[in-house]
Each structure stands twice: as C-alpha cells, then as structure tokens.
Design a protein around this ligand. Sequence first.
Ligand code: SF4
Length: 682
Amino acid sequence: MPVESVYPRLEPLLPCVRKPIAYVGGEVNSVVKDWDGTDVRWALLYPDAYEVGLPNQGVQILYEVLNEQDGVLAERTYSVWPDLEALMREHDLPQFTVDAHRPVGAFDVLGVSFSTELGYTNLLTALDLAGIPLHSADRNGADRNGADRNGADRNGADRNGADRNGADRDPADGTWYPLVIAGGHAAFNPEPIADFLDGVVLGDGEEAVLAITAKVRDWKRAGRPGGRDGLLTTLATECHLYVPRFYDVSYLPDGPIARVAPGRPGIPPVVAKHTVMDLDNWQYPSKPIVPVAETVHERYSVEIFRGCTRGCRFCQAGMITRPVRERSITTIGAMVEKGVAATGFQEVGLLSLSSADHSEINEIAKDLADAYEDTNTGLSLPSTRVDAFNVTLADELSRGGRRSGLTFAPEGGSERMRKVINKMVTEEDLIRTVTTAYSSGWRQVKLYFMCGLPTETDEDVLAIAGLARKVIQAGREATGRRDIRCTVSIGGFVPKPHTPFQWAGQCGHEVVDARLRKLGAALRSDPAYGRAIGFRYHDGEPSVIEGLLSRGDRRVGQVILAAWRDGARFDGWSEYFSYPRWAACADEALDGEPVDLAWYTTRERDRDEVLPWDHLDAGLDHDWLWQDWQDALSGAAEVEDCRWTPCYDCGVCPSMGTEIQTGPTGERLPAGTRLLPVLGVS
Ligand code: SF4
C-alpha cells in the first residue's frame, strides 16, 4: 500500500511561514521512487534548516549511493523552523521528507547526520513530530500509541504518533518505528544522545549504509526474526553498528565512569570506525541536488582527499578521519565534468580538510583552470594553510576571475600558543604569505584564530592585535596602497573527543569573553590601523554548551531532554540559543548526581579516567594521544605530517588495517579538456 504524501495538508500552511520554499522539494536531481517498488526505505535527516542541510556533502553522498540501488529508496528531511513546527503540531502534520512529502515515521531507517553537537535538540523535534518515541527503549513495544513515555507530549506532541504516518504496515510490522541511526563527526561521541538512538555508524558512511541496507532487507524477507532487537543484534555483530543500549555504563561515586561493557553476549566490547579506502571507487556526489532556495553554499564540491595528518591538536576532524586518502587527478576531473554538467553550478569547490596538501594540487589547479578559462565557472579552494604556495594556488584558480578574499588560519596568536596546538606557523611565515597575497592583487585577508586554548594567557590573545597590525603594515608596504583590509575572526575553542586535547579543562566563558573584550580594545586602540582591521567573534557561552555535549556521557541526555522540553531548538543559531536555559536545565537535570556543567566542561581529566567514548575506536592509540597532550603542555617537539616524514605511530593504520594513500600519480587531465557546464558558458 503506498504511503500518501502529506503535501495536500502542508501546502495550505506554507503561506503562513517565513521560508515556505524550503519545504516544497522538487529540486533538480532529487529523486522520487515508487514506494511499493522498494523494500528498504531510508529517510535522511540533516538536523538543521534546509539552507544549511541541503549542501551537506555527507547527506548528498548517501542519498545518491542509496538511490542507485534497486529496491532501495532514500529521501531527505530537514529541521522545520519553529513557525512551521507550531503549525504542524496544531494541524497534526508529521515530520515529512521534502522529496515526496512522505511521513518520516513510515520509513525503515532514519539516518541522521550530525556535523555539530548543537543539532542534538533538533533531532528530538524531528522524532517527536514524526511520532517516533524519543527513547530507543520505547520503540520496541506493541503500544504504538504510547509515544514518548517520558513526556514528549508535554511539548504538544501528537500522542497518537506513528499512526499519523499511514505507513504500509503488514501484520508482522505492526509496531515498527524507523531505526534511528546517527553518523557524522559529531556522532563520534554519541553518549549524550545514546538514549535517543538505535545505532551509530562511526566513520565513512558509503559502505556502511549499503551493508545495513542488505541486513534490513534480509531481515524483512526472513519474516523479521527476533524483531527490532534481532535486527539490531545482527547490525551490531556483523556491520560495526554501535547500538548504545547493548552496553551498560556504571559510574564511580564521585562521578567518572567506572566501566562501559556489553550487556549481552556476542556484542563487541569496542566498536571500530568504518574507513573507505579507495575514494576513486566512490565517485559521489555525481548529481548533487540543486537547491530551490538560497543555501549556505551553491557550488559543486568535489572532495579531493579525505583525512588529514598535519596533527593540529585541537582538530577533531583531522584526527577521526585518518589516514589520508587522495582522489586521483583524473577522477577529480571526471567528477567535476559530470557534476557541473548535472547541476549548472557556476562554482567548483575543491574540498578537503587542507586542500593545498593534495600531492598533485598544482596540476589539479592548473588543469581545471585551463578547462574553465573563458567560462563563467569559478574555482575555489577552501584551504586556510598559511604559506605562499597557497596564494599561488588561489591565483591560479581565480585566473581572470573575481578576487574577493583569502583566508588563513594561524589559529593561535602567539608563537608559544601555536606550538602548543602544533600549528607550525611562524610570524615570518604569515607576513611572507600575506605580502605575497597583497602583492598579487588581493586586497582583503581574513585571519582565523581560536580563543580559550589550553595554557592560553591574556598575552597570547593580545598577540593577535600585534599580528594584525603587522599584516596591514606588510600589505601597505608591498602595494603602496592604503585600502588594505584584514579581518580577524575568532572562534571559541571546545575540547573534542579523540583528540590530544580530550583531557583538557575547557576555558570558562567569562575568561574567554574578557580576553575578547581586551583584544577588541587593543585592535581599536591604534587609529592608524583600527579602521583597516575588522573583528568578528562570538561570545563564549555557546562554546560551553557545545563542550558539555561534546564530552558528555549518558547522564547529559537528561539535560538535552530538559532543554528541548523547555523549548531549545536550533541551538547553533545565536537568535535561538539560550545559555540561561541550558544552564538551568543542567542544574535541574543533574540535581542529585555528583556531576554538573563545570564537571563536564572546565575540569581537566586524568590519564586513567574512563572517557565516555573510550569504547568507540577512531583508530588512535590512547598512549600516543596522551603523550601528544603532555608534549603540548611541556612545549616539547612538534609533530610533523606523516605524509612527508616517517610514521609517528598514531595507531590508525595498523589498528584499522589501512594505510596512507597519496600520489603523485603523474597523470594529467587530457590536454584541451573543456569541462563546459550546462549553464554559465560565456
Ligand atoms: S599510523 Fe603512522 S602513517 Fe598512519 S596516520 Fe598514523 S602516523 Fe600516519
């Protein structure tokens, strides 16, 4: 029986909301498959607004990988803004996909991609609107009308939940709710949301979603042996799926975790991440979805490599995505050709954690710039490496095009600070780099730093003002012009799991805010430079909550639930985020526990403390991480990049059975290649 679209009921509500276009779907390259012609159906949730979620590379890849399979259907769903949420509750409308406007509760699997922990409350909204019980433990039973026994209906949820979905429910499927499976970088410590998830995929998703799909299909065809528990057991034992409720967590009287261990036989004590080894075999996305509304990026992004071994100690993305795996220049060329033709995008982004580090980036830049010369298609390299080579690349890619600005990320204001974080950039490097940039015609340079880093002092932050003045001075001397600009942009540092800084005490928001105020005053104090330097920063409070969610354990789930019930939505958006709400909910929810907000955030951890994510294996050796943390504190030797120096035994390659895959291949894009887009040919 087909699942009906909710669009006829949604459409009358759209004139009453702020961004109706975000909910209509119908984008170029979106896919609508016949419901009855498929037997495994995924809804893919990006827990943020359409304009942020649509360009997400991970969702676009999985959407295509799944829809390419016969008998498999994948549709997208995004967080609805609070104005539509209120109307949906009033009119009894469930969370829907934008592709065919099918109710999310009707799908077999709800895959959720987390880029930031501040999206956790949006997961709860989506589950609640979908009629899916918030707690995974409540999704097993026969009582489909129970919804969230712990009080979801306090927020006005429909207590009849999944019944609204009208899913095709054969008798054996009478109590089915979608498996809620999370992935993405912010799911590498899923413990704070463990109670709300059925499973977690650590690492690369391409192969994992296909393995899960095959098991779901087999299980359905076999008559659903063992019910939901049976399926989850298969996925946990055969697909590296982390199923939180199969693990028991016990705590010491003073707060830390005593032990995390499987609560049933056969479940692995440690769950390893998934790693796709040959990116040339996974050429996705090849037909990205073209948004119908304005989004944060509107370009064809090709991931030129995955992983990073530069060893910046604060960088979770670099640590958890190791080892480096490059795409070959010929695959990159073919992907760009297809992607641009399929979308008509007028910008191509060469994506990775540090794109200038591809072993053939020179050749890629030159050949693509040749291919797109005389077209309206621009090329960009979202790299922030501080060196003159990076400027040369940017020059090549912007050949004949617009030069808006270049971003460099020294991250730390003082040389001492940059040594602590293993960002090997000297002041001379930075001045040389910006001099090259200004001399090459760039007028605007953006410098990115962090505040609140381990061991940081006021002087380290105030050093940023001195650097910015020298940058302007260098630009004026190199060009003889006065219209040189530099913007200083500051983010608050949050210690992340699976990094050497996972043991660090987070800096309190009062300290961060005070340092930023002093820096602002220092930047404005010299009229000769003040107007040439822009200053952008966020206050420190959201970082504290991000810290709580990043390094929290299962007890933090109660805080998330309390904050959500109190109205927390879109916590990554400053206009919605409320620190007083989160602080009050943490106080209330953790009352009676030996832990509080400060315990999770500003407290430094001991070497022997069991961390909430210790049973989740990103491949990094515990002793290596600890030694790197000690080296940071003592200012000992810097860690070089293992792409160009010998392996320093971080543990990833042997423990994951992987290896670094870098070129050069010596290949080039065919001479005379003209990768013309459908649109944008001048
Ligand atoms: S194991 Fe060695 S080669 Fe592999 S990523 Fe770590 S340091 Fe590099």
